[in-house]
Design a protein around this ligand. Sequence first.
Ligand SMILES: *Cc1c(COP(=O)(O)O)cnc(C)c1O
Length: 349
Amino acid sequence: MNMLARVRPDLAGFQPYASARRSGLVGTIRLNANESPWSGDGCPTGFNRYPDPQPLALRSDLAALYGVAEDRLWTGRGSDEAIDLLLRGFCRAGRDNVVGLAPSFGMYRIGAQLQGAEYRTLALRAEADFALDPDRLLALADADTKLVILCSPNNPTGELHHDAIGHLAQALAGRALLVVDEAYIEFAGIPSATALLDRYDNLVVLRTLSKAHALAGARIGSLIAHADVARFIGSIAAPYPLPLPCVAAAVAALEPAALERTHARIATLVAERGQLADALARLPRVRRVWPSAANFVLARFDDGPAALERALAAGIVLRDVSAQPGLDDCLRITVGSPYENEALLEALA
Ligand SMILES: *Cc1c(COP(=O)(O)O)cnc(C)c1O
């Protein structure tokens, strides 16, 4: 079954805003978008014009990077925008629901709440190392479930859940989208779930340049899905989501030489992650450090707030995740440069 059948019925056949750039008309004198005919003082040329909604060079670079056909890809302002558009496009306010993990990334709940969709979570237990039983996750889904969101590696646990994807996508076929958020997959050393797109047309994969590609400030995230789903998301998005300087930064970061440096940086961070986790685990006031497939580690301290305070006194900011279910006294620690990690270990020793 085509997943567009699960789109909000009031959006069936949705007509997107007919922006000037979408018209596809080409000419040397452009008087169709109320732009300024002149560039602003000190601005690079071309900044007086609206950008391409989905710039060709960036699209083809991202499709190559992720190994997918271009028509499966929609790129917007970070994966955050893709999450928001999935919720808005598929969930009927006050009726539909979304299923996810707890603990997990906080934006799913916020996006669901903004759209008026119920957010149901399966509690993963720290004592079981956050192991996921996919059938218990499926048990939360019903006829009004539109999205099941699987963050893998999961934030903030660092745990991989990719081995559940096939089973979940199969069980949800024709009913709900399985959204796999792979914001940290580059640090996991495993293949992306995009390899399964041919098999499951209800699979959506989210990728971002924010973490491994060092471009959090550029806000470039991609939704990769069945071409119909990708096209629908593009149709409900704002007309010009990608600012010119961000596109230029991303295209530069995806050049072969830059990609090579990115891979070297990823290797450095993965090595640092192992060392940091080991060193943290040896500290007397650390109770547990969980294995992580991402660029952070989750650690439980005897006294979380005290550890947070001690780091802060040394000018080091950590993420307090203790408010999430089952994570009392836990802090999420981003793997930094060797210097930064050393400074943290010294502060906590
Ligand atoms: C950081 C993060 C994102 C946000 O990505 P952007 O592309 O910067 O919006 C998405 N999902 C998870 C799980 C994250 O940790």
